[in-house]
Design a binder for this molecule. Structure first.
Ligand SMILES: [Zn+2]
Length: 272
């Protein structure tokens, strides 16, 4: 869980549960954070007195951290996968927008994690920013991909269709509720079949913009108007998405909850 939540992790999780978010996927950006997430999951499992969401985590190395990816990390990752709370390999992928690690290192780090995911048949949680279809080309070169989500999709119409053709799920965040940056996504959102959408916050980032929410008579819970996104905002993102698609929020929640159960294997939540 991101360091912005260090001070109030439990409160954040309690708020998520009371907002109806009964399952939370923690995202790792390297193998150390995957281990920290596992520790947090074990700790929360002992808090029987609190009503908390079911927690799962990813394990993997983010493209920003690709330079840190070492040869031994393949074994370390394989070993981590024995933990049943690890639901996917990720975040892994390419980020040519920020280019924090050199591109060649990003590609190697992604490919090595992909090989493990294909072999172990564990879902892939992919980060793709401005790779101009390179992520898709790499994915395509593996014949039997495990279930794959392009998380926080921010790409073009062409990229969306390439991902859908490969059978990928598409992660939708509060990006869609950003008047300027979400414009392309709003135009193409109805091209995504409902059974391929996963909704997510990307917390603590990408707080839905209030100016966009207001147009749909939506708002964030009144006590949280900070710049930090958190899981209890997920219902607002779902309502925004439902409104864009001309559907009831209930329909979106039912289908995307079922998708999250199918994809990540949450077993304590119900698609009601
Ligand atoms: Zn990401």
């Amino acid at each position: 869980m991101h360091q912005q939540f260090d001070k109030d992790r439990l409160e954040v999780l309690v708020r998520a549960e009371s907002a109806g978010v009964h399952g939370v996927l923690l995202c790792a950006d390297n193998l150390d954070t995957a281990e920290e997430n596992l520790k947090l999951i074990k700790e929360t499992n002992t808090r029987k007195n609190l009503s908390l969401p079911e927690l799962l985590t990813t394990a993997g190395t983010h493209p920003h951290q690709a330079s840190e990816w070492k040869n031994d990390d393949k074994d370390r990752l394989r070993c981590l996968l024995k933990e049943k709370s690890i639901a996917a390999i990720g975040e892994c992928g390419l980020d040519f927008y920020r280019d924090i690690s050199p591109r060649e290192e990003q590609i190697t780090c992604f490919q090595e994690q992909l090989e493990i995911a294909c072999k172990e048949r564990i879902p892939l949680f992919v980060h793709d920013r401005d790779s101009e279809s390179m992520t898709n080309q790499i994915l395509k070169s593996y014949k039997a991909l495990p279930p794959t989500v392009i998380h926080c999709f921010t790409g073009t119409e062409k990229e969306l269709h390439e991902h859908l053709d490969l059978g990928c799920y598409i992660g939708i965040t509060g990006w869609i509720a950003d008047p300027a940056r979400g414009r392309t996504l709003r135009k193409i959102i109805s091209d995504i079949p409902l059974n391929r959408i996963l909704i997510e916050t990307d917390a603590p980032f990408l707080v839905p913009k209030r100016s966009a929410l207001e147009q749909k008579n939506l708002d964030l819970p009144t006590s949280f108007r900070s710049s930090r996104n958190e899981p209890c905002f997920l219902p607002v993102i779902s309502s925004f998405l439902a409104s864009e698609l001309g559907l009831e929020t209930r329909e979106i929640l039912q289908q995307t909850t079922q998708n999250a159960i199918d994809f990540f294997g949450f077993n304590e939540i119900e698609a009601t």
